[in-house]
Design a protein around this ligand. Structure first.
Ligand code: TXA
Ligand code: MG
Length: 343
């Protein structure tokens, strides 16, 4: 069994020292970040990183994000940072932002899945920061969940999936943002979003000028298609129950579509907006949040998917949002949770 440390109110310094020892000795610590929880190990220790892949059941060709606490640490593991990359670092780090950079040789191949680049992120969450900074080593950490499942954003879900498999789980409460970081790679001098998140295309455009969005964000990757980010290829965020994403031209049409599908199926669970609870005719209704509060919706997505999966339904119907701003990140996760089943 893993030890569980409750740091919701404040960091316990004795336990922090233990966590640092575990990291230094090649163990695994699950820790909160402002996006989702990470399952972390010393990024410079190949054997330790192997344990992460094993605990998650993660494909060996899907690289991990390396977490740092400051610019010096970032520069120790990356190289040839150009002007645009530097500007992105200055504007968006620390925060829910990952930048793909050329890697130094001290980062073992297993971390980058053999690529010559790595994703680097500097979390702003206090617990994550203290852990990385005091351990004084970059920490490789994918999202804390079994591969293919929704990312872990609260302690109960994480315990269920990972309690037997890691040394320590730090409880920092529910993650503030609830969606993984925006992943960006500068390609031909243009910041290109490989995975949308809280930092939106609009924000990057405002600070940097140009921005591109990878077409694989909402489209299924073709069988032999080459992708910029290996994570795009995999089944992701998906509950065991079949999910359908329902999108209407307007609110009324969307409600109508959901009701139509409910009448055609038995044993349905709906994940929908608070405002639609009385308009959608379903007794298993999980509220994502207020229709105009995309932040609230982001925060609740993964817990809602997990909740719905436990209702023993045949089908889960999920209400879609518009693709604007952080809506793109929400739709990216939902499209994939529904395995591209869109109605
Ligand atoms: O918010 C987050 O980013 C969380 C927290 C824990 O920091 N981490 C996270 O890690 O979501 P993970 O492993 O679940 O997702 C990492 C994504 C994958 O889609 C992976 O393919 C992509 O980043 N990635 C990592 N290294 C890459 C690289 N060198 N080139 C392209 N994509 C990369
Ligand atoms: Mg993940």
């Amino acid at each position: 069994m893993s030890r569980i440390y409750n740091w919701k109110e404040k960091i316990n310094n004795i336990e922090l020292k233990e966590c640092i020892q575990i990291i230094k000795q090649g163990g695994i610590v699950v820790f909160p970040t402002e996006t989702v929880y990470g399952i972390g190990a010393n990024a410079l220790n190949e054997q330790a990183v192997k344990k992460i892949f094993k605990a998650k059941g993660r494909a060996q060709d899907n690289p991990l994000i390396v977490h740092v606490s400051n610019i010096d640490m970032l520069k120790r593991i990356s190289k040839n940072i150009n002007k645009i990359e530097l500007k992105l670092i200055q504007e968006f780090m620390p925060g829910p932002f990952t930048l793909i950079l050329e890697k130094q040789n001290i980062i073992p191949k297993i971390v980058s899945a053999g690529l010559n680049t790595i994703g680097i992120r500097m979390p702003s969450n206090k617990i994550a920061y203290e852990l990385i900074d005091k351990a004084n080593t970059p920490i490789a950490a994918p999202s804390a969940n079994i591969s293919g499942k929704p990312s872990g954003t609260q302690i109960e879900d994480i315990k269920e999936e990972l309690a037997e498999k890691v040394n320590v789980i730090i409880d920092g409460g529910m993650c503030e943002i609830g969606l993984e970081s925006t992943v960006v790679k500068v390609i031909d001098n243009i910041p290109t979003i490989l995975r949308p998140g809280k930092i939106t295309a609009e924000e990057i455009r405002a600070k940097i000028g140009d921005v591109a969005i990878s077409k694989n964000i909402l489209e299924k990757v073709g069988k032999n298609e080459k992708v910029e980010s290996p994570g795009m290829k995999y089944r992701h965020y998906a509950p065991a129950t079949k999910c359908i994403l329902v999108c209407g031209e307007n609110e009324n049409e969307q409600i109508e579509k959901v009701n139509r599908l409910i009448s055609k199926n038995t044993n349905v669970c709906v994940i929908g907006f608070k405002e639609h609870k009385n308009l959608i005719k379903c007794n298993k209704y999980i509220t994502l949040g207020n229709i105009n509060n995309l932040e609230e919706i982001s925060k609740n997505i993964f817990t809602s998917l997990r909740k719905a999966d436990k209702t023993n339904s045949e089908i889960i119907l999920i209400e879609g949002v518009s693709n604007k701003g952080i809506g793109l990140a929400i739709m990216n996760r939902l499209t994939r949770a529904c395995e591209y089943n869109i109605y």
